[in-house]
Design a protein around this ligand. Structure first.
Ligand SMILES: [Zn+2]
Length: 255
């Protein structure tokens, strides 16, 4: 069995695929990223043609950018929101919803994606650690509400009646992701950790595999190609999410 040592430096040599003893698992934590939504037509962020190749993070995705040029930030997220409105979950999202519904133990899905595809597929035990594009957050009072239209500076918050503070409910660079205490507790208690469609380059999500390993969990990467954190995983399956995720879920459920 080729289980790399946690302390070893990352290498880009993928570990050999291991078919695990699936029946032993009770508590699964799944981390998902942009690679999962790419096949639903949403751009990834860090690929060479991704969103961050066309926009500078510091211009559109930081609290400082919103303070400096709120209209540019709102325009950027209005465009993202427009794309998210009509998207449909793909076979990978559907397979993960099926896993949650049919697995005898617990399944928690933690997504870095701000799109609504997991919930549209039927996943219920879900944490949007980077927020939700189809939700607005009032910077004045912290109220949240579902929001499918464009956001603009002249909007007034329905809760506190103040204007100018309606932001997309997303975690910007430099901000702490949502619900980290719950995520860390789930990682400490899990026995299977799946990392799906994520580049392994954005912290703190990139450190989840180490925390799951520390808890003694089996760790699996399902990704189009080996991620930056590949050496941390005990098992890896590489290919399109719409193919490898349903196949892996089928193995988990039916051996
Ligand atoms: Zn408010």
């Amino acid at each position: 069995m080729t289980v790399p040592n946690a302390a070893c430096k990352p290498s880009h040599k993928p570990p050999r695929v291991i078919i695990s003893a699936m029946a032993a698992f009770q508590r699964i934590v799944i981390l998902t990223g942009a690679g999962l939504s790419a096949e639903s037509g949403l751009s990834t962020f860090r690929d060479k043609d991704g969103i961050w190749a066309k926009h500078r993070i510091e211009d559109v995705a930081t609290p400082q950018a919103f303070a400096r040029d709120p209209e540019a930030v709102l325009d950027f997220y209005n465009s993202r929101r427009g794309k998210a409105r009509g998207v449909k979950p793909n076979a990978a999202h559907q397979a993960l919803a099926r896993l949650e519904a049919e697995f005898a133990g617990t399944v928690l899905t933690v997504t870095q994606n701000i799109d609504p595809l997991h919930e549209r597929a039927g996943t219920k035990n879900l944490i949007h650690m980077h927020g939700e594009i189809l939700q607005a957050l009032c910077a004045h009072c912290g109220a949240r509400e579902p929001w499918e239209k464009d956001l603009s500076l002249d909007l007034v918050c329905g809760a506190c009646r103040q204007g100018g503070g309606m932001c997309p409910d997303v975690v910007w660079f430099g901000e702490m992701p949502y619900r980290m205490e719950e995520i860390i507790a789930a990682l400490a208690a899990c026995d299977l950790f799946l990392s799906i469609g994520t580049s392994g380059s954005v912290y703190p999500a990139a450190s989840f595999v180490a925390q799951a390993r520390g808890a003694g969990a089996h760790t699996v990467e399902l990704n189009l190609e080996p991620s930056e954190g590949i050496s941390m995983f005990a098992e890896a399956v590489h290919g399109k999410a719409s193919q490898v995720v349903p196949a892996y879920v089928e193995t988990l459920l039916n051996g």
